[in-house]
Design a protein around this ligand. Sequence first.
Ligand code: SF4
Ligand code: SF4
Length: 312
Amino acid sequence: MKPKVAFYWCASCGGCEEAVLDLAEEVLNIVAAVDIVFWPVALDFKEKDVAAMEDSSISISFVNGAVRTTHQLEMARLLRRKSKLVVAFGVCAQLGGIPGLSNLTTASDTLREVYGAADHPQSEFREDGRTLTLPKLFDSVFALDRTIPVDYYIPGCPPSPKIVADAFQVLLGGELPEPGTVLAPDRAMCDECPRRDTHPQELKLDRFHRVQERVLDPEICILAQGVPCLGPATRTGCGSRCISGNMPCTGCFGPTSRMRDYGGKALCSIASVIDVSDEAGIDRVFEGIVDPVGTFYRYSLPSSFLERKRPE
Ligand code: SF4
Ligand code: SF4
């Protein structure tokens, strides 16, 4: 009997589903090795098919996206009940991801901003004796493990093909790592960065630049060129795709196991190279980091110590 595998998406952009297809021909080996029993984006199984399965009959459920709606919470709980292992696939499921930035506001403010005051979607609508319902948005976005127990994590936005292939190999290979393991190397991005030899031991900066304001030297450490790069705080395993594209690391692989709060560590790593002592200098530094939450907590706000912006 092949292991039964499910894929599901919650609050997701679809990039993590693409990441499975990014395996190219490797995906054929995986499809041959498993029995896919649920994958709404690709196969026509329904929620009721999952509900009819015996508990713990799915070997592994890979869930991407954060938990944002009542229906996503129901699906997470259903898949948890039906699965031996649940894997948070991608940083939205792992830490809350980009959707988690809406924890800076409330669900009703978000809907009002997008749809206007009068006619934003209601969770229930009646017409001609029929009732249509929509899932409700929670005020907060949650990382998957804030809603159900999660066994393993695959980081990245989206996870790189090598990380995905290695994770499948480990999870289907029979010898499972410690529960709670993040399936990527437990080292900082700077350790494997192709520019690490140009990262000065002593770095002192008195201002930062947004990446679009600079023509970056493709050989030199991006942080040394005055553009915030979160490589010192971020787990490696992405294959340096952003750095190779001459863009700074924005932290999508999240923290190593030694960090308790990714955003706090990222903030410290940038603050530690600032060398100003007067107020004008501090203002100048902030001018280069116009969106501190979006810079340091871009992928991890819901799973951080802060979790969300508190009401006034
Ligand atoms: S981790 Fe990135 S690619 Fe995956 S669903 Fe979230 S935003 Fe999309
Ligand atoms: S700060 Fe960024 S560019 Fe510099 S070595 Fe680290 S990851 Fe590479």
